[in-house]
Design a protein around this ligand. Structure first.
Ligand SMILES: [Zn+2]
Ligand SMILES: [Zn+2]
Length: 801
């Protein structure tokens, strides 16, 4: 591939490392000098190119399969592919958790195709979270062109008459959890011949099965395995995951069976310079309560994009929303117009088109250098064949390491190193990451959590299961999690949903199929449909529990990077009406809440500090929303009249002895602000350890809580029954609060800003907040935890950085 315009910019011939050259250009463009006080560059790491570790084809791979791969350019498998494939071949459930583009598909292709070649009757089921990904995998399989595989897609678009063919003839079905849940399992007798011969189940991108959705999928898998077993099938499970903490434990929780993990990546990758960038505070602007404002990640990225284009570097900039992507491209074009008008037309925003021909056109334009710079939303994450770019700019951490590396993976070719820049957005997690490179570059600390014992998820899933096949005592004990399931069944019998007979639990109306009304993404409180007012088109759903915060009138609702304004929210009817709009602001709902402890599940004292995990009842109310300009300044605060909601969920909390706080310099008057600031930052940092979104968790702090009688900080799940986020926080409390303290301390603001302790969803208008006090509070807690841990010889709390 030709590199466009190599003559532009500084000559690169005498410097070997392209990534470093580009970084120097970006740094020069910022006006700061390298290593100086005002430099926004917080860290630069050189990741050397890594050669791959190819190994011979395992002996069990049949000749026909081997030659199909060899004919398509796979001369030999990488070590992790052969290792994981061999485990699966031996009947072990296996999760392969290696980097982006490390060839995880080959693992399950090998496992399935080898099995097919030996057993001409065997079948396989592939499940992926998105239709697009399943389509890509199906296409890749067609390319191999092996006889007698008969792969087929089964999704919402598959016509009814084709479904008959799929059922009767396909050997490898590419589908998704929703189809399995609504279509296959409720009518399993029609799928008997496929299920009877089911040999391998593939779960691709399994790290997306987390939280409430993950808890549903975990129980759905148990339903599948139970039904398959009834037909005599005991399939092997092969899972592919992004690199996350403890993949084996996660996969085991997801499948309910012991899973072995393969994490040693044997694939090659190009050299990269990864730069962590923190845009400067803007002295001329002030935000809420006079807080300083940081230059927005989008503006900073537009400037970098322009500099890199001048340098002739083919660059992708990832921005959160489509509007943001357009502003970034526009910003870059304006800067280029002054430097070299010819370059203006070589920068574009990727306009969210998901049509294959649009994607292909974009790929071609970037590949041949017609386009040099493209700003895009995350839409490009999946299903677009763009790789080998010179630079990638990530405007704001995309939420997970997996997404970040997916985006970063677009840069770098084998021969030449590339540049990847993470530009921090103004929140505590971004602040922490740019100050702690290990959290991005070291071993993963982010875990995937789910909770298959959540009664709000168990209830609908057990009803579906009972409708598929009556539940036996043995099923309950061995498949569905024992005690928790038994308690839920008792309630389902009491309210007449299920019937108890001596042989087990029955669904009383066999003609009705409960799966139709059970939403795999729902928390049991129902869903609010988001509908475009003009066209009646349904864009998506939001959980009823989070609708007042995300779909209140006036809210900017983002759908696949497109902006809509909510016109009306009818919680009783379960509908939010929206209209396409292009507002120049974003909105943040503000809510207040109260937490009542219902039942303590675990509690431990550490001197002046006590740490608990409990069932709680959270009462919350959305009281207002704020309109904010792209630079973060508040345009308007609009009061809202939303109903109060009560949520039974789970919470981690700690309470502290007042004297210990006083000794640490936090007097009675400072306690509320100090706790409040510590709470905000902790909520901001939890997603580093348990992949989740803003609305998956909430918190509350108080100088005197009736349950503890002391100053207390809560961080709780945002879903009924909990989804594992607070539990994970409880498990990694020391590391989590250490990171929280760092994010607060590392922020250069004086008394608190959105990058550290201010929260965009605070119902109290971010008052009071005491930044210094928060650090003191966390010092007390971490000090107590450390002494406690030393006392029992456990590992001392500490974060990667
Ligand atoms: Zn700050
Ligand atoms: Zn607050």
């Amino acid at each position: 591939m030709r590199r466009a315009d190599p003559q532009r910019g500084v000559p690169t011939s005498d410097i070997v490392d392209r990534g470093e050259v580009l970084l120097r250009r970006v740094l020069a463009g910022s006006g700061a000098t390298e290593g100086s006080e005002d430099s926004p560059l917080r860290h630069a790491a050189t990741l050397p190119a890594r050669p791959g570790t190819p190994v011979p084809w395992p002996e069990w791979v049949p000749r026909s399969v081997r030659s199909a791969f060899v004919d398509h350019g796979v001369r030999a498998p990488w070590s992790h592919q052969a290792h994981a494939g061999s485990l699966a071949h031996g009947g072990r459930d296996v999760v392969v958790a290696t980097g982006t583009a490390s060839g995880k598909s080959l693992v399950y292709q090998l496992a399935v195709l080898s099995r097919f070649a030996v057993d001409p009757r065997a079948t396989a089921l592939y499940l992926s979270p998105t239709k697009a990904l399943a389509a890509d995998q199906l296409r890749a399989l067609h390319v191999l062109d092996l006889p007698d595989v008969r792969p087929a897609a089964l999704d919402g678009d598959t016509p009814m008459d084709e479904r008959d063919w799929v059922r009767n003839h396909a050997r490898w079905i590419f589908s998704n959890p929703d189809m399995l849940h609504r279509s296959v399992l409720p009518r399993h007798s029609r799928w008997a011949s496929f299920l009877r011969r089911l040999d391998v189940v593939v779960l691709d991108e399994c790290h997306t099965y987390r939280g409430v959705f993950g808890s549903h999928v975990a129980l759905l898998l148990r339903r599948l395995l139970r039904v398959a077993a009834r037909y005599g099938a005991h399939p092997t499970i092969v899972l592919a995951s992004a690199t996350v903490a403890e993949p084996a434990a996660f996969a085991t929780r997801l499948t309910g069976r012991p899973v072995e993990a393969v994490t040693a990546d044997g694939s090659p990758h190009a050299g990269r310079t990864v730069a962590l960038w923190e845009p400067p505070l803007l002295p001329e602007l002030t935000g809420e309560n006079g807080a300083p404002v940081r230059r927005p990640a989008g503006t900073e990225s537009a400037r970098m994009l322009a500099d890199l284009v001048v340098e002739g570097a083919r660059t992708l900039a990832f921005v959160r929303s489509r509007r943001g992507a357009e502003l970034t491209a526009l910003g870059a074009q304006r800067l280029l117009a002054d430097v070299d008008p010819d370059l203006v037309s070589r920068v574009a925003a990727y306009r969210g088109g998901y049509l294959p021909e649009e994607r292909r056109a974009l790929e071609a334009a970037l590949a041949d250098g017609e386009l040099l710079g493209v700003a895009t939303t995350n839409a490009l994450e999946l299903g677009v064949d763009i790789a080998g770019l010179d630079a990638v700019v990530v405007a704001g951490f995309p939420g997970t390491r997996a997404s970040f590396w997916q985006q970063a993976g677009r840069a770098g070719r084998s021969a030449d190193s590339a540049l990847v820049v993470l530009v921090a957005r103004d929140d505590p997690m971004n602040t922490y990451l740019v100050h702690h490179p290990d959290a991005l570059l070291g071993a993963p600390v982010e875990g995937c959590v789910l909770d298959p014992t959540n009664p709000y998820v168990l209830a609908p899933q057990l009803v579906c299961a009972a409708a598929e096949l009556p539940l036996t005592v043995q099923d309950v004990a061995e498949v569905f999690g024992g005690k928790a399931a038994a308690a839920v069944l008792e309630e389902l019998v009491a309210d007449g949903t299920l019937r108890r007979r001596p042989t087990g639990w029955f669904w009383p109306t066999p003609r009705e199929r409960p799966a139709g009304s059970v939403d795999l993404r729902g928390s049991g409180l129902g869903q609010v449909a988001v509908v475009e007012a003009g066209t009646g088109r349904m864009l998506g759903t939001v959980d009823a529990s989070s609708a007042p915060a995300t779909a209140h009138p006036g809210a900017v609702y983002l759908h696949r990077g497109e902006s809509y304004l909510v016109e009306e929210l009818d919680l009783d009817a379960g509908v939010a009406l929206v209209a396409a709009a292009d507002p120049e602001w974003r909105t943040d709902a503000r809510s207040t809440g109260d937490v009542e402890v219902v039942r303590v599940l675990s509690q431990r004292g550490y001197g002046p500090v006590q740490v608990s995990f409990a069932e709680v009842s959270v009462t919350s109310q959305v009281v207002a929303y704020q309109r904010r300009a792209p630079d973060g300044t508040v345009l308007e605060t609009v009061p809202l009249d939303m109903p109060e909601q009560t949520l039974r969920t789970r919470s981690v909390f700690y309470d502290i002895d007042e004297d210990a706080l006083l000794s640490a310099g936090v007097g009675p008057d400072d306690v509320p602000g100090a706790l409040h600031a510590a709470e905000h930052a902790a909520i901001g940092l939890l997603p580093l350890f348990a992949i989740c979104d803003r609305w998956d968790i909430g918190g509350m702090s108080t100088a005197l809580h009736p349950h503890t009688g002391r100053p207390t900080v809560f961080v709780h799940d945002g879903h009924p029954g909990g989804a594992g986020f607070a539990e994970r926080g409880h498990d990694v409390l020391g590391a989590w609060l250490t990171a929280t303290r760092s994010a607060i301390r590392d922020c250069e603001c004086r008394s608190g800003c959105p990058s550290c302790v201010q929260s965009p969803k605070c119902g109290n208008g971010n008052v009071p907040l005491d930044k210094g006090g928060a650090v003191a509070v966390l010092d007390v807690v971490l000090g107590a935890l450390a002494i406690g841990a030393r006392g029992i010889g456990a590992a001392r709390a500490g974060s990667g950085g």
